[in-house]
Design a protein around this ligand. Structure first.
Ligand SMILES: Cc1cc2nc3c(=O)[nH]c(=O)nc-3n(C[C@H](O)[C@H](O)[C@H](O)COP(=O)(O)OP(=O)(O)OC[C@H]3O[C@@H](n4cnc5c(N)ncnc54)[C@H](O)[C@@H]3O)c2cc1C
Length: 585
């Protein structure tokens, strides 16, 4: 990914943190990242081989879904296609993909079968990513070749029965015993759990405050067992099991990163892997758009094709806007990672939330446009709806990620408010950890001293054709910085308990970051191909910036004018009665 060198410090800069201060750091997002020629060649080859392998196998996909299992021959095909080698460096037998190429590959896979995509994705996005990010040279030399060939499939073991969103509450424990560690505990809903040979396991270890540590655990170690394959709503052919550790002896050499720093490892893995899920969502949306366009053109009702009706066009048009916006933000985040930006946690979380929600809406609308056929298992719509529902839950629920996005992005605002800074430091230390979000990042950010620039509230480099849309962004940015400041002044450390307000701010931030991605991409397209060729993309931008303007205005208004207390009162009433009490009989 090429980018003109700029003055931005890639270690500390975050587009969204600056935005909350009212600064538009356009150098971070402009020019829109382009795929290098080398990556383009690599991707063409991958796309062709995936098409040759999986195109036209929809009936088989349906059988795998029904059976709830990927046949061993399919896993073999995946190995042969190199689907377990995507992010492993070439010298170890991998394809050495960067984030952009990796995300694009998952996009392609997801077009064919979500269970296959998740099996490959769980291996690379989370299963072996700690090794990639934090592994020693010895660990990499030992495991990369087997992971690349698929002789070893990887799984990521964090969740436990009592620790989901609250990942810091895990009970799995590793105790030091000479040169080894003894591991005991149980992990829940582990993707690839039953087919993996390489587990990245997070366990509490003794230390100053019961910190956690990340370990490489391999299937050949005595004391590991897995439960039955879970019967799930979707992604049914993807293997999900419990993984149990009973006095498993792990050599010290298998610790990933520093002992006691496992929480940071886990959160880095999840952040870094998010473009995989975003890419997969984009791929599924592209499939749904194709299916819907074909189905609606063929289907005749009231004497003509339903494609001629406004309400059908409305659905398909929105699918296009959602897909383009998702692709723009996912590729932008991947591009930032590839350019060496380190502080992309908020932006990556935004891309995950946005992508998973756009896919959900697209799948629902595609099924609706297909009518009764959409509900029939003979067609792929119902399976895609089932498959994509989990995207809003795993790799951090979208609810928790919204809290993380807003609280982390507002960090610099909190620091500015010197009177509040002491108390804010408290909230970034405890409550986030309390609900299992990326506390290390929040803590780091609170402690970071960044030179916050002022007076960067406008775009200066965007193509003049985009001025109206840039103005929408700039106005909302000013409102955001004022709102963030006001909310933090008002609530201080109690902001942590103000989830309605935090969610509203997160929604504004999500809209703005995605709009910045669309602006940047359309800017690049106009410059490269000219206004005429970019006409449809400008139309997409027009629709999306209008949506953002309306949604952000509504969210800003609701900060002071809302029914939050009434909604809470009704929820409390339902919790107290444990039912809806107004039966008419
Ligand atoms: C198919 C599948 C595959 C998975 N694969 C893996 C895997 O490979 N590895 C792995 O480690 N895990 C995996 N998971 C687990 C997944 O990451 C968790 O399900 C997820 O983190 C949410 O945890 P939970 O289900 O315990 O929900 P909970 O944390 O119990 O949350 C329940 C609800 O409460 C909300 N909530 C929780 N805390 C708060 C709060 N403080 N404020 C407001 N709302 C809150 C949540 O947003 C959610 O809506 C998988 C799960 C599934 C279903």
């Amino acid at each position: 990914m090429d980018k003109i060198p700029n003055q931005i410090d890639k270690v500390t800069s975050s587009f969204m943190r600056s935005l909350c201060m009212g600064n538009i750091e356009e150098e971070i997002i402009l020019p829109y990242p382009q795929i290098s020629e080398t990556d383009r060649e690599l991707l063409k080859g991958v796309i062709d081989s995936l098409s040759a392998a999986f195109k036209g196998r929809g009936d088989e996909s349906r059988k795998w879904d029904r059976a709830g299992e990927l046949p061993t021959e399919v896993l073999k095909e995946m190995r042969e296609l190199g689907l377990f080698s995507l992010i492993i460096p070439e010298e170890f037998g991998g394809m050495g993909m960067n984030s952009t190429a990796y995300s694009r590959t998952l996009q392609e896979l997801a077009k064919y079968d979500a269970s296959i995509a998740i099996t490959a994705g769980a291996h690379s996005s989370i299963g072996m990513r700690a090794l990639l990010l934090f592994g020693t040279d010895e660990q990499k030399a030992k495991y990369y070749p087997k992971l690349a060939s698929g002789e070893m499939i990887a799984a990521f073991c964090l969740t436990e029965p009592g620790a989901g969103s609250d990942a810091a509450a895990i009970k799995t424990k590793a105790v030091r015993d000479g040169d080894s560690w003894i591991l005991n505990g149980q992990k829940l809903w582990i993707t690839n759990g039953g087919i993996a040979d390489f587990y990245t396991v997070f366990a509490k270890t003794e230390g100053e405050s019961g910190q956690m540590t990340a370990f490489i655990v391999t299937k050949d170690m005595a004391g590991i067992s897995t439960g039955p394959h879970e019967d799930k709503m979707g992604l049914r052919a993807s293997n999900t099991t419990t993984v149990m550790f009973d006095n498993v002896r792990i050599p010290q050499a298998n610790v990933i990163g520093e002992p006691g720093k496992g929480f940071k490892v886990a959160m880095n893995v999840l952040n870094s892997g998010r473009t995989g899920l975003g890419g997969g969502s984009t791929g599924a949306m592209k499939t749904l758009i194709e299916l819907t366009a074909k189905q609606c053109k063929e289907r005749q009702q009231f004497g003509k094709s339903i494609a001629d009706y406004g309400l059908i066009k409305q659905k398909l048009g929105h699918m296009i806007v959602d897909c383009y916006a998702t692709e723009s933000v996912v590729n932008l985040v991947a591009g930032l990672i590839d350019q060496g930006y380190k502080d992309y946690g908020v932006e990556a979380a935004i891309s995950k939330v946005f992508a998973s929600e756009c896919l959900w809406r697209t799948a629902d609308e595609a099924l609706q446009a297909a009518g009764g056929n959409g509900y029939m298992c003979e067609y792929p719509y119902e399976r895609i709806v089932r498959d994509c529902r989990i995207n809003r839950i795993f790799e951090g629920t979208n609810d928790i990620l919204r809290l993380y996005i807003a609280l982390t992005a507002m960090n610099d605002v909190g620091k500015e408010l010197s009177a509040l800074s002491k108390s804010l430091e408290g909230i970034f230390n405890d409550p986030i950890k309390g609900f299992g979000v990326m506390s290390d990042y929040a803590i780091k950010r609170v402690k970071q001293t960044t030179g916050v620039k002022t007076g960067k509230g406008t775009f200066t480099q965007l193509h003049p054709l985009l001025a109206t849309h840039a103005a929408i962004f700039e106005e909302a940015t000013r409102d955001l910085s004022v709102a963030a400041d006001r909310i933090l002044r008002k609530h201080g450390k109690n902001i942590i308990g103000k989830q309605f307000a935090t969610k509203r701010l997160a929604d504004i931030m999500i809209d703005l970051f995605v709009l910045s991605a669309v602006l940047s991409r359309v800017d690049a397209s106009i410059r490269k191909n000219g206004e005429k060729a970019a006409e449809k993309e400008i139309e997409i931008l027009q629709v999306f910036s209008g949506q953002v303007r309306r949604r952000t205005k509504s969210n800003f208004n609701k900060i002071d004018n809302n029914d939050d207390e009434l909604i809470k009162s009704l929820a409390d009433h339902a919790f107290e009665n444990e039912k809806y009490i107004w039966d008419t009989v």
